[in-house]
Design a protein around this ligand. Structure first.
Ligand code: NDP
Length: 242
């Protein structure tokens, strides 16, 4: 992939899938803005990839996000990746966890995409937005009522954005991975028996690798997917076919 001459913004770029996405975009020639919450992660990322511009903000805070990203320069490629996976049984779900989850996982996608899309429209350039969702937008597991609902919401937000931004040549898609063993994904091993059984239910008998998700994100950002919008790529080791 060659993204030379293009600017990219990746949220949740401090760790996991977002970090490797930011690194891959940087290696492919893009000018990268890396947004995350823990400054130490951004400092080490900027050291690893000189030229990456770090922005430290809690995306669950609307006003702070507006302040941090309100005057962001031109962006051609946006990856909405930041999310929290706060697990609670449905019957014990709290307002705090529900609000925090929707603010970070859904509202920030709307807010950051609005800012970026306005810039694309004003500049009259085509753009591509990828929302990092999950296969739990389509199926769910115990403890994921709220998290799963945020990802279900991303399915429709992706379609709505694709519909309204399409006339401006802005494409919007999602990637929907199964478990990836990042800090977030490792939580599945809180119950090793469940984790192993879950893995075996995948037709490919494995979870997904960070690299598999990054490759699908890069494909959707690139012109190789020029006629794809409002869609989602499952990176689920076949789970939804099982
Ligand atoms: P990680 O928890 O490993 O990394 C998430 C990154 O997002 C961290 O750098 C984190 O920063 C940042 N982030 C979280 N909340 C905020 C916030 N409020 N403001 C700014 N940055 C924030 O997660 P993954 O890499 O595993 O997940 C990336 C995406 O992939 C998420 O959308 C997730 O839902 C999705 N996904 C993950 C799966 C998995 O099994 N790992 C499976 C399917 C989908 P900090 O640590 O400082 O909070």
């Amino acid at each position: 992939m060659n993204f030379s001459g293009l600017s990219a913004l990746v949220t949740g770029a401090g760790k996991g899938i977002g970090r490797d996405t930011a690194k891959a975009l940087h290696a492919s020639g893009a000018k990268v803005v890396a947004v995350s919450r823990t400054n130490a992660d951004l400092v080490s990322l900027a050291k690893e990839c000189p030229g990456i511009e770090p922005v430290c903000v809690d995306l669950g805070d609307w006003e702070a996000t507006e302040k941090a990203l309100g005057r962001i320069g031109p962006v051609d490629l946006l990856v909405n990746n930041a999310a929290v996976a706060l697990m609670q049984p449905f019957i014990e779900s709290t307002k705090e966890v529900f609000d925090r989850s929707f603010n970070v996982n859904v509202r920030s996608v709307l807010q950051v995409s609005q800012m970026v899309a306005k810039g694309m429209i004003n500049r009259g350039v085509a753009g591509s937005i990828v929302n990092v969702s999950s296969m739990v937008a389509y199926v769910t597991f115990p403890g994921l009522a709220t998290y799963s609902s945020t990802k279900g919401a991303i399915t429709m937000l992706t379609k709505a954005m694709a519909m309204e931004l399409g006339p401006y040549k802005i494409r919007v898609n999602s990637v929907n991975p199964t478990v990836v063993l990042t800090d977030m994904g490792k939580k599945v091993y809180a119950d090793p028996d469940f984790a192993e059984k879950l893995k075996e239910r995948h037709p490919l008998r494995k979870f997904a690798e960070v690299e598999d998700v990054v490759n699908s994100i890069l494909f959707l950002l690139s012109d190789s997917s020029a006629s794809t919008s409002g869609s989602g790529i499952l990176v689920d080791a076949g789970y939804l076919a099982s």
